[in-house]
Design a binder for this molecule. Structure first.
Ligand SMILES: Nc1ncnc2c1ncn2[C@@H]1O[C@H](COP(=O)(O)OP(=O)(O)OP(=O)(O)O)[C@@H](O)[C@H]1O
Length: 419
């Protein structure tokens, strides 16, 4: 690749110009032996050694750091190196002690739409939600173990549903995952974004608050029964010590257009009062799932246009350990979705994603990284989602029935073997 050759060929010169070389004034043993008379050997100018490897988006440059030409110095010089190498972005991070990794991205991964065709094969691990590529073309995923809640926000039409579709399609071939959906945008399961996935959902509720209430109650009851049974059935206090299995699956509740179920209804007539009471109870039930579902393998994904308090009660939003956001209209909406810290990272603020080029680009705080990352999520075709749902329909099981069976089996075990 031309960029790679350009980087390697010009490195010695560029490193000196960018202040990334070091002068070693102490002569080596050999140099002091061979120096003539009183003449001091010339100081040596050392340049950090590099090795390069190209990929579709740019070049990875591995650097052997030197004293005073280390992480900090390279981070300072990054804009200069980016210009010299003609790249859109350049990141510097430590790969191992004494070794740095420079990611020089030439083609912007954020504005190159990508597509995901689900394989239909059960994943090795059900506890990983592959999201896509970040601005440096590195794969980003959400570890789902011990995560009870994920809040997804973003303006309509920017990719929330496609993101969730991918999760369902990737995990659907595993019998260790069951899905329920409450979609506030439609009335029936065969309408809207989840119609194609119907056969792989063990439960569905549309925009009717009472139906959603019944679904949330059913899941809270499951959560309670699981909490009571986990030690006798699984022999552990936390499902993630063993991982989900077909008889005790990770149970994912997706609440799309969540504002439908939680928003306040103001008015003094009977009907409005009933709706207000249902909305309040819905919020309480979902809070229970997010607060107490972690160790028993319940995950709630709450998707909404704006994550402000009027759409998702803050007591639910604030207990979701993971938050991500597609484009937003206002700084307040970004803060509601991602927290106050997003104000300190204006480049990553989802307000700047209000452009058709950024449909499918989300922002999130990635574990172990400073600040926020922008992620290009791939598009999942409805036809692929439909295919996966048909192929995996036989795996759809009600987790409550599975628990009843697992509990009965554990009771029949001889004493002392109950774990
Ligand atoms: N990751 C993506 N890459 C490219 N295009 C996408 C992506 N996700 C969605 N799109 C395009 O945007 C359209 C809307 O996507 P999607 O339904 O996922 O948005 P949404 O945020 O869920 O909207 P709504 O809130 O109205 O449901 C899709 O039909 C598709 O054309």
């Amino acid at each position: 690749m031309r960029q790679e050759v350009h980087i390697r060929r010009g490195w010695k010169r560029l490193a000196r110009m960018a202040g990334l070389s070091v002068t070693d004034r102490t002569p080596t043993f050999l140099a002091s032996l061979s120096s003539e008379g009183n003449q001091e050997p010339k100081p040596r100018v050392l340049v950090p050694k590099i090795s390069t490897s190209p990929d579709a988006f740019g070049v990875n440059v591995t650097v052997k750091a030197l004293p005073k030409a280390g992480l900090e110095e390279f981070q300072r010089a990054a804009p200069y190196l980016a210009d010299a190498w003609g790249c859109t972005r350049l990141s510097v991070r430590q790969k191992a002690p004494g070794t740095l990794l420079l990611r020089a991205v030439r083609r912007d991964p954020l504005i190159s739409p990508t597509f995901h065709t689900p394989s239909g094969q059960a994943p090795d691990e059900v506890s990983v939600w592959g999201l896509g590529l970040d601005e440096y073309a590195e794969a980003v995923s959400i570890p789902l173990a011990n995560v009870p809640g994920v809040a997804v926000a973003g303006l309509p039409g920017f990719g929330k549903t496609s993101l969730i579709n991918r999760l369902i399609c990737d995990l659907a071939p595993s019998s260790a995952v069951q899905f329920a959906v409450a979609d506030g945008k439609v009335s029936e399961a065969d309408e809207g974004d989840y119609a194609d996935l119907q056969q792989r959902l063990f439960a569905f509720a549309g925009d009717d608050l009472a139906d959603a209430n019944a679904l949330f109650r059913r899941l809270v009851e499951l959560r309670r029964q699981r909490s009571a049974a986990i030690r006798s059935v699984l022999g552990v206090k936390n499902l993630w010590h063993k991982g989900p299995v077909a008889s005790w699956p990770l149970t994912v509740l997706i609440i799309d257009e969540a504002q439908t179920y939680f928003r306040d209804h103001k008015g003094s007539d009977r009907r409005t009062k009933d709706l207000a009471a249902l909305a309040a109870e819905n919020a309480r039930l979902v809070e229970d799932l997010v607060k107490k579902g972690r160790s028993v393998g319940m995950l709630v994904i709450v998707a909404t246009q704006k994550a402000t308090g009027d759409a998702i009660p803050t007591f639910i939003r604030d207990v979701c350990p993971v938050g991500l956001s597609f484009a937003q209209k206002t700084a307040e909406a970004s803060v509601a979705a991602l927290g106050e810290d997003i104000r300190n990272w204006p480049d990553a603020n989802p307000v700047s994603l209000q452009d058709p080029r950024y449909v499918g680009v989300a922002v999130m705080a990635v574990q172990g990284r400073e600040g926020f990352s922008r992620i290009r999520t791939p598009y999942v075709d409805d036809a692929d989602a439909a295919r996966i749902a048909v192929e995996t329909a036989h795996l759809t099981k009600d987790p409550t029935e599975l628990l009843t069976r697992a509990t009965a089996l554990s009771l029949n075990k001889p004493l002392g073997n109950a774990a």
